[in-house]
Design a binder for this molecule. Structure first.
Ligand SMILES: [Zn+2]
Length: 488
């Protein structure tokens, strides 16, 4: 009787193993390929060092052009798995014409629920809750961390399926984060982790990291190549020079004062109004993205719907207080994400958007995209996109106002840019052609050349970025800080 029971128990255990649900088997096989579940669960720290490239999404010359690239060096990611802490340090150098500091040192951390950044001067500041969540999920975009999380008895692994030669499962971590893990059908090593995130311009986005070039380190197999994409765009391509398991990473906790401070909410938006001519107002305030309002006979026109929904909604609301005439049109100067960030709320507010023809497909796509993770104004109040496309130039004119729009020609950075000229006041209105605060005016001569080719007689410059200046001062500033090619 006793022996019989033992046999039954053993048989049940053996059967249990053999009949593991397919999703569990995918995780078990991957863990085995990486070095075994016990080894994975015993890891205390992981340090990843390397270099790579980080493209700047939403900042290309034309919407379909290659993205401008930051070269990343001195990359170091330290993960303290036992204490849920991580720190990433890197140096990035612009490989494109950049008007600001071409070499930037970055240092960010996550201490359990607390995300923070450390400025080059050593001052640390807490980041918002969304950043903390995104960083926590980003940490799981690695074979070691995703398998460790998947092996947690409190994790849910589900929905096994085949994707080409890969076996795929969905993982919900004990914290409730959802990721998809793809494992190579023959080697059983993880080939990809993906997750959904919210991007203010693109809405619901898939962020995916692919793993390749596995090497043996510390009883584990770890990738030497990690390539991350956001939707169709490359986001970060890392070549690992060294993986180190269980090195002493020191204390990665957030500074005490950062930990004690509350997570900051969204920044408050402040909009100021400065009249710059009859029926022309400059809307500045918080941040460095301004908009300009023009009053025509029977309507108002806004130049620029920048940054994001919060900024653009505040600007639209303020513009509507300047006159009893309805705000009906907005010029979107170009497609860069910081300048088209208000595109969707402007559409939701019923504005007709005037922009260069080369933005048509890109803007249609941005307006059509799904925003379900965060329901923005357009998701809550769907409206058709009203586009008014400009080719080389457009004159908007009635008895009250004349605004001429011109396409910026032959600029090395801006392919879709429309700027404005008010002949009555000899005012130039523009975005990204010039900012009085820039360190380098790489394309300043091109801007002056455009003004000359269009035979504009500019007295004053009323910008989206920087300060209002006389044209003479603008020319002087461009000549004084022409900049050089970053590769020279
Ligand atoms: Zn800009």
């Amino acid at each position: 009787m006793k022996n019989g029971l033992s046999i039954v128990v053993v048989a049940a255990l053996v059967t249990g193993c053999a009949q593991a649900p397919p999703e569990t088997q995918v995780v078990r096989d991957a863990a085995e390929a990486l070095g075994g579940a016990a080894r994975i669960q015993a890891v205390r720290t992981l340090t990843v060092e390397g270099e790579g490239t980080a493209p700047n999404v939403g900042q290309n010359r034309l919407p379909d052009d290659e993205l401008p690239i930051w070269k990343v060096t001195d990359y170091q990611r330290q993960i303290d798995l036992a204490n849920n802490r991580a720190r990433v340090k890197q140096v990035r150098t612009a490989q494109f014409l950049f008007a600001g500091d071409n070499v930037q040192r970055q240092d960010v951390g996550l201490d359990d629920e607390v995300a923070f950044g450390v400025a080059p001067d050593g001052r640390a500041a807490r980041a918002g809750e969304q950043v903390a969540r995104d960083r926590r999920v980003e940490l799981l975009h690695h074979p070691l961390t995703i398998l460790r999380a998947s092996l947690d008895p409190a994790a849910k692994v589900a929905n096994p399926r085949q994707d080409g030669t890969a076996q795929v499962v969905d993982v919900t971590t004990p914290q409730g984060d959802m990721l998809t893990l793809a494992v190579d059908g023959s080697t059983k090593l993880p080939v990809r982790v993906s997750s959904l995130a919210y991007h203010p311009n693109m809405g619901d986005v898939t962020i995916a990291t692919s793993f390749a070039d596995y090497e043996e380190t510390g009883g584990l197999r770890l990738p030497k190549r990690l390539s991350t994409t956001i939707e169709q765009y490359p986001q970060f391509d890392l070549q690992v020079t060294r993986n180190t398991v269980d090195a002493d990473v020191g204390d990665l906790s957030a500074p005490a004062d950062v930990k004690a401070s509350p997570a900051p909410g969204p920044p408050t938006v402040q909009v100021t109004v400065e009249p710059v001519g009859k029926g022309i107002w400059w809307l500045a305030g918080s941040g460095n993205h301004r908009s300009i309002v023009f009053e025509f006979d029977d309507h108002l026109l806004l130049f620029e719907v920048p940054v994001n929904e919060a900024r653009t909604k505040a600007v639209i609301d303020r513009a509507r207080t300047l006159s009893s005439k309805p705000l009906t049109h907005a010029v979107v100067s170009h497609h860069h994400f910081d300048h088209s960030g208000g595109l969707r709320v402007a559409a939701a507010e019923g504005l007709t958007l005037i922009t260069h023809r080369s933005n048509e497909a890109f803007f249609k796509n941005l307006v059509a995209r799904k925003h379900s993770i965060v329901q923005d104004a357009l998701a809550r109040n769907p409206q058709p996109l009203k586009l008014d496309l400009v080719d080389d130039e457009r004159v908007l004119k009635d008895a009250s106002m004349e605004v001429r729009l011109y396409h910026l020609l032959d600029n090395p950075r801006e392919g879709t840019n429309l700027y404005a000229y008010v002949p009555r006041d000899r005012i130039l209105v523009q975005a990204d052609l010039y900012d009085s605060n820039w360190l380098y005016h790489h394309w300043g001569e091109n801007v002056l050349d455009n003004v000359e080719r269009r035979k504009l007689r500019v007295d004053r410059h009323v910008p989206v970025h920087g300060a209002i200046q006389s044209f003479a001062d603008m020319v002087k500033t461009i000549k004084a800080k022409p900049g050089a090619s970053p590769t020279s």
